[in-house]
Each structure stands twice: as C-alpha cells, then as structure tokens.
Design a protein around this ligand. Sequence first.
Ligand SMILES: Nc1nc2c(ncn2[C@@H]2O[C@H](COP(=O)(O)OP(=O)(O)OP(=O)(O)O)[C@@H](O)[C@H]2O)c(=O)[nH]1
Ligand SMILES: [Mg+2]
Length: 663
Amino acid sequence: MTSRPPKTRATSEAGAAGASSSSPPLAAAAARRLAVVGTAGHIDHGKTALVRRLTGVDTDRLPEEKKRGISIDLGFAPLVTPAGVRVGLVDVPGHERFVKNMLAGVGGVDLVLLVIAADEGVMPQTREHMAIVKLLAVQRGVIVLTKRDLVDDDWLALVTRDARALVEGTFLAESPIVPFSAVTGAGTSELLAAMDAQLALLDERGGVGPARLPVDRVFTVEGFGTVVTGTLWRGRVRTGDVLELLPLGAEVRVRRVQVHGATVEEAVAGQRTALALHGVDRDQVTRGDWLCEPGSLRASRVLDVRFELLADHPREWKPDTRVRFHLGASEIIGRLLLLGDAARRPLPPGETALAQLRLERAAVAARGDRFVIRSYSPSRTVGGGSVIEPVAERRRRSEVEGLDSLEVHESGSLESRLMEKLGVASRPVSTEQLAQDVGEPVAAVAASLDSLVQRGSAVAPVPGRWLSDARWHEARDALERAVRAYSEQHPSRYGVMKGELKSGLKSALDSTLFDLAFAALLADGELELTGERVRPGDSPWEPPAATLALLEKLEAMLEAEAFLVPDNDTWQKALGTGAPEAAGLGFFLGRLVRVNAEFTYTAVQMERLRALVAGWFDAGNAAMTVADFRGFTGASRKFAVPLLEHCDRVGWTVRVGDERRRG
Ligand SMILES: Nc1nc2c(ncn2[C@@H]2O[C@H](COP(=O)(O)OP(=O)(O)OP(=O)(O)O)[C@@H](O)[C@H]2O)c(=O)[nH]1
Ligand SMILES: [Mg+2]
C-alpha cells in the first residue's frame, strides 16, 4: 500500500530467503524473527544515510526534506538481517523542533540505533533522544559512530569514550559501539552483525493478547480508501477483522493487511503494518489514534501514573504543570498533578512521584505503558513514566486517601490488584472487565480469580462475574438485617414487600447485587418468600393473638347485617389504633376482601355472594339487572354497584350494556 516499492538489496522477501539460507548457523541463532528498529540521534548525524546504506531506501521523501536536506517526519524501510530477522526500520528526524515526530515513531521499537556523528560527537538531541528511549524502556541498542571517513583514529577514540560516558549506567552500557561510514560502506557488516546479536537477546512478542496498533500515518490509496500504518504493539490483525478506532470509538473492518509492502493474511506484533480500513473516512483518523480489539481498551482524559523527572533537569518540578503527554504516536496537552507528599513540595531532579494526568483530549493507555512528558513551552523532554491506572477518577492533589491502593495497583501482585478492584466494585464484575482494569491477559486474570475463590477472598455469584467475599457477605447481611428488622417491627405482617425492601436498600446495594444476594438467600433458606412478601427463613410466622382477636371482631362487625357492611372509616374508628394491623392481617390471610375504597367484606360474605349469583343463573336466567341483584342480595344501590363491579372483576359476571351475563 505504500506507493513507493522497496528499491534494492535485502529489502524483498526473496532477498530475505537468500540471506538466511546462505548463513544457516546465524539464522538458527536468531531467537527473534521480527523486529522494529528505530534510529535516534542529533540532526545531520547521518541517520537517514545509514538507513539508505542498509536498505537502499531514501526515507527523506517529502519535497521539504529534499530541499532542506533534513528529515522532518518519520521514514520507514524494510530490512532482512543476515540472520534472517525481518526488520522494520523507523528513521526519525533529529531536529529539535521535530522531537514530537521522533516520539511518534520510537514507541514500540525493539532496538535503537543511537547514531552519533564521529566528527561532531555527542550533541543536545543525542542526549534528548537517549533520554527518550530510556524513558520508553527500549530494551536493546547499538551505538553507531557515523561519518567514520571524516575522522582519524585518535579522534574516533575520543568520541568512543564520550559515547561510553553518555550511556554509562543505562540499558546501552554494554551495547556494542560500531564505527560506520555511509559513504564508504565501512562497518556495514559489523553493524548488521551487532544488530543480529542484540536482536537475538530479545524475546519474541508472540502475537498474544488483544490487538493494539498506534496509528503513525494515514493516507488514502486509490481503490482501497483509508490506509493507516503503525507498529503492531500487541496481538495479530487479519483481513476481515473488526477493530475499534479509539478514542473516536468507531468500529472499522480491515480490508487488507500489508507488512513491508507485501499483502499478507495476518500481521503479528512487532511488525510494521499497513491496514486498509472500511468504515472510516481519511479525515476521521489522525496520527496518535489507536486501533484496538473492540472493548479491550478504554479512552480516558484522566490517568494515574508514576512520573519520573530526568536527573539532568535543571530545576525542581512544580506540583501542577502544563505538559505535553506522549504515548504511542499521540501527543496530548494537559496538566500533570503530583499526588500525596509530592503535591506540597517541588520534585527534585531524578526523583519520582505518583501523579495524575488531566488531559485536554482522551488518551488510550494500558497499565504499564511507558510515556514521555515534555514541557509545554518551550518543548523539552523533562521526564516520563509508566501508566498505573489508564482510566482514573479525578482526585484532589492533597488527597492521600487512595494513594495506597494506587501503590498496590502499581507494584502489587496480580491477586492483590484484583482484590483492590473487587473491593471498590459495587456489583459483580466480569473477568474481561477486570482484565482490562488491571491491564493483564484474560487467562491470567481468570486463573488468579480461581485461586482467590479457593482461598475464600472472592466469589462468583454468577459464573464469570466476581466480587470480593467481604462485599458479598456485606450485601447478604444488609439484606437479611433489613428483613429481620421489618418482621420484628411488624409481627402481624408476614414480612416486608420485596419492592419496598429493595428501594429501602437502594443507597447501600446496587440493583444487580440486590437481586443476586436475594436469590442466594432464598436458595439457602435464609429468607422465605410468599407472594411478594419476604421474611426470615428460620422463624415460622405466628401472628400475634391480640391482632387475630381484633380481626375476628372486625369480621363479626362486617357480617352483622348481610351485605350492608359498615364503611372503612366506621369500623376503623370502632376498632381503634389496632385496626390497620388487623385488616392487613385479614387481607394477607385472604380472610378479608377490599371491594372498593369504601367497603371491605369478609371471605365468607364473598363466598355467599358467589353462590347467590351462581344460583340466579342456575335458575335459568340469562341476564341480571341491578334491580335483580338487589332483590336477591338485599343490598341497597350504594352496596349493589360496587359489589357488581367486583363480580365483573373476579369473573363471576360479564357486563353487557346495563345487564350482567354469567362470567
Ligand atoms: N562523509 C560522510 N557524510 C555523511 C555520512 N553520513 C551522512 N553524511 C552526510 O551528512 C549529512 C546528513 O546526513 P543525514 O543522513 O541526512 O542526517 P540525519 O541524521 O538523517 O539528519 P536529520 O534526519 O535531519 O536529523 C548529509 O549531507 C549526508 O550526506 C558519512 O558516513 N560520511
Ligand atoms: Mg534524517
């Protein structure tokens, strides 16, 4: 998809086969088959010339780059090493104004070629690029002293000493230093051998985990639409895959996958990858966006991090500072707030602190991601660090509470980090969600959860959803306590209405958690449910004798004059304060029936009524008028109408016009 095909030499797949078959022992020695290698170093030190010498590709392709003779943006070129490692070379600009572009390309490289011109020696961007690759935790590198043809041996020895001093105590301390000339080609085979030796020390990325690719270029290709490129950081991408474009949140489909200019079925982590996308316009994607397996990462403007200030930073660092945050290929402006003790005093150079980033646009990070911080203006690399909580809550700087849990999340074991997450969850959390929250693979998280369950620290109230054991028992206890309290307070009621119980506990228990705890308590016999009422399962219900006696008195009052019952107000006054409890008991036991807002009847009266109505139709009557009804019940109009409506409601009769038919 790159419009420019690879030009020469060892860049084609055929060249690769030739190189590896001609030196089988070397090929066998290379543990790594794929790698991304980035250049780094001061302007004009010969990075682009080196890449051209190794690959035949001129990565300075912009007219502006040609005119000024400097690199401005990233360049890419494929290379197959003598040992057969397929390398994507990323050439970065050295100019101090384009460090931003350098940062977009250097994230995710396996190996850095630290380029120092032998004639000029260590310069400002040599140091800045060195600081950046250190902050990003690049693991391996080779130091290349370019322009070897321009210096004599004494000078070379001097520059070699300076280079050693620069990398002392860093990941490059033991790295080979290779003198090289792009003009004469001297040092080429030594450089390739040194790269192979370093690459052999790296583990294969393996393509496990959900796919994740930082977009560093976007363009359109005739017939293929939107094409993005980037280093595949994790996972695999195949033609037809659906990916999520973040932070936008759009779903896209992969129409075509290319690696090193050749169409492939699948790209694997560690490869420079070009993807033709369906479902997104060119102007919807920019450098700094991410393509991820859907649901695997969330975008957030607030992140908790560990920040380290460079040891050679000239000043102390203020606790609240405007910065540029660089992660993957993205640059986002925001504030860096130091937390805890560091919030109260400036941070000395070389020290670290827990910090919160509040960004102007959402970042897409995972736990453990390395990032770089540059000052807002002028832009200088000042430090960096690693992400602890990629989706964080805003917290006050002085707020010490929560810092302990942040520390656990930073360096604790997977199990302690999971317990930390479960401890604050208000409802059971899925394995996938937890894996995302702690930034670990689902399989590892599932295994940890199993052992937490075995130790009694966690539970799965539903398969695949988890809660801390403490939270689960808290929920069950709260529910049981509420049911018990109600029953003690209202002995004449069978129990509390389930809906009333749930809304009463709303502030303490999330609705899902309530339902799960409720079901578990019922299953365990801790609670008993009859109709909509709930009571403790261990004490059989015995209505109080006094209330029962009052209910009997009420029934006698209602039945005194056939269907001519006293209205509710009347019997309530007559029975006094115990009346509502007695009536409630009667309704629950089915001994009382509410006919309308005014009248209540006993079950015995209702049974008599049913028999009378049935008798009327049994006698051969097809219809019944209100007058008929009054005739055989002796009820005046005031009672007859609500009673007839009740008959309709319970299905003993059906109303047709002014008459009733049998129900
Ligand atoms: N004599 C000599 N000149 C070299 C060598 N390597 C590069 N140059 C020259 O140095 C100048 C800069 O080289 P580039 O490769 O563009 O430098 P760069 O590091 O890519 O520069 P930026 O990308 O702008 O940071 C060019 O004029 C090259 O021809 C070398 O090994 N020997
Ligand atoms: Mg260049």
